[in-house]
Design a protein around this ligand. Structure first.
Ligand code: 4AD
Ligand code: MG
Length: 476
């Protein structure tokens, strides 16, 4: 049946019309006022129950969580908190809910409690707001690239290559795990497996995206990626979505400009599409943090997003970042868990957070990292010590983007691969791009969930993906 969503009703406000509305009861006040939500918007619609006209067996079933249909006239509301309300002539209970056992009560629940009830957390205002914003961001990403002439390329989810060379992969197999075929050395013989070789879930679509970029010039991927790293942190998932643009005829500067333009575009888009959800989440974050000492609180959400929009991102080299950190107060006072003493160390999240939250108070792009802490495909700089890499660090999250100019010179690439024990033989398809019409090119990877965290202010990455996967958890 055609009907208006609550979002449409509140927007059009056809006062005087008789409407039918569907939704779930959020609260039922004074046995008369239903706050009804259908997820289309954060704001609920007030449905006023006619106690005389409504049969007692229906009244008895109006509880938080119940699915109902209400029909009645839309009128201007005299009560505070809403402009219009429905004076219901009839109410139908589509799906009753048990008030004793329904986990989502009309009160504040901790995120941890809601994570344990992950199948129902969509019903809360917080998760409604987060997942609406997640949707807007996904769409905005496609729009951004389309407007700039990038083609959406689908890279494989099952692959035999380890794009990052870090070995944190989930094996994909159709072998009987109780009867594994073995080779002469007693190792599992993957030649007998479905694909005739050892395959994994992809950690990144970059290498395949490079093949596309060296023909279509500008491509991007947007798909799920998987990492079997045992990281139980608020910023890591075992299954997450990544956006990876790749551009031919582009250098590191073009790469940074693209990423900065993109983040600004996305924030502008969400502010335009979901201002009310953002305001709600800003308020939520302020409430969550109100008992923290001032210096431990986040930059207020809307202020943080506005800063990101209006300010140019800071751009510093790894070496500059290293010097800043080494001479910083927390380092001198021994407050970093990982002291900053020797050039070449990897930046830890405490260092990243110091740079963005204390030092610059806005996104920071760190470039030209030591080659030993970065992947094999990054372009070697003339100093032979650093590579043309860039990471974008943002308040509250740390590393949001990781990218680089790619090593387009065949000999140098092969040398790096050998140094880093990347199987050159198996990667001939990749090296062919450097043999036939190689050119300067660059790209980056944006972690989609970290982006949603940044925009919504949610502290834990498990709360910005509908069905989080992390060590010990694969519910649903
Ligand atoms: O820095 P990473 O590992 O870079 C790559 O995979 C490159 N191939 C990207 C490229 O140049 N095309 O990952 C990119 C981003 C990180 O900056 C982070 O935002 C996110 O992916 N990320 C994760 N997000 C959630 N959980 C994890 N375990 C993540 N690992 C990386
Ligand atoms: Mg990285």
């Amino acid at each position: 049946m055609q009907h208006l969503t609550i979002k449409q009703i509140l927007k059009q406000a056809p006062v005087g019309d008789t409407l039918t509305v569907h939704g779930w009861v959020r609260t039922f006040r004074n046995e008369q006022f239903i706050a009804l939500t259908d997820g289309s918007t954060r704001t609920h619609l007030q449905v006023v129950v006619d106690r005389e006209a409504t049969p007692p067996e229906t009244l008895r079933l109006i509880h938080p969580g119940a699915a109902i249909t209400a029909t009645g006239k839309l009128v201007e509301s005299l009560g505070r908190g809403q402009d219009v309300e429905i004076q219901a002539d009839t109410i139908t209970i589509l799906g009753p809910s048990d008030p004793e056992t329904y986990p989502i009560q009309p009160k504040r629940h901790t995120l941890e409690f809601l994570r344990k009830n992950g199948h129902l957390r969509f019903r809360t205002q917080t998760f409604g707001a987060v997942f609406r914003i997640r949707h807007h961001l996904a769409l905005a990403i496609h729009r951004f690239f389309d407007e700039r002439g990038f083609f959406y390329l689908h890279t494989p989810i099952i692959t035999a290559s380890d794009a990052e060379g870090a070995g944190e992969m989930f094996t994909v197999t159709a072998l009987d795990l109780n009867q594994l075929p073995k080779d002469e050395q007693g190792r599992v013989n993957f030649k007998e497996d479905f694909f005739g070789k050892h395959t994994h879930l992809t950690v990144s679509g970059q290498l395949e995206a490079e093949l596309g970029a060296l023909a279509l010039s500008k491509v991007y991927t947007f798909g799920p990626t998987f990492r079997a790293e045992n990281s139980n942190t608020t910023r890591h998932l075992a299954e997450f979505w990544m956006i990876e643009p790749e551009m031919a005829f582009a250098d590191l500067n073009d790469d940074m400009n693209l990423a900065e333009d993109m983040l600004k575009y996305l924030i502008r888009y969400v502010k335009d599409k979901a201002a009310d959800d953002l305001e709600f989440l800003a308020q939520r974050q302020a409430n969550e943090e109100k008992n923290l000492p001032q210096n431990e609180r986040s930059i207020p959400l809307l202020e943080k997003l506005d800063n990101t929009l209006t300010e140019p991102f800071a751009r510093i080299t790894y070496t500059e970042a290293f010097d800043l950190l080494r001479n910083s107060k927390p380092n001198k006072k021994g407050r970093f868990k990982f002291p900053v003493s020797e050039w070449g160390i990897d930046l830890q999240s405490e260092h990243e957070r110091y740079l963005v939250e204390k030092k610059f108070k806005k996104p920071v792009i760190v470039t030209d990292y030591p080659k030993d802490i970065k992947a094999f495909y990054m372009r070697l700089n003339d100093d032979s010590k650093t590579v043309a890499a860039m990471d974008i660090l943002v308040p509250g999250v740390g590393e949001l983007v990781g990218g680089s100019q790619r090593e387009e010179r065949y000999d140098l690439l092969v040398r790096r691969m050998e140094e880093m024990h990347i199987p050159v033989e198996e990667m001939q398809w990749y090296l062919d791009t450097r043999r036939f019409g190689t050119c300067p090119h660059a790209g980056f990877g944006l972690g989609f969930e970290r982006l949603v965290q940044f925009v919504t202010g949610m502290a834990n990455i498990r709360d910005v993906i509908p069905f989080p996967r992390f060590p010990g958890n694969a519910a649903f």
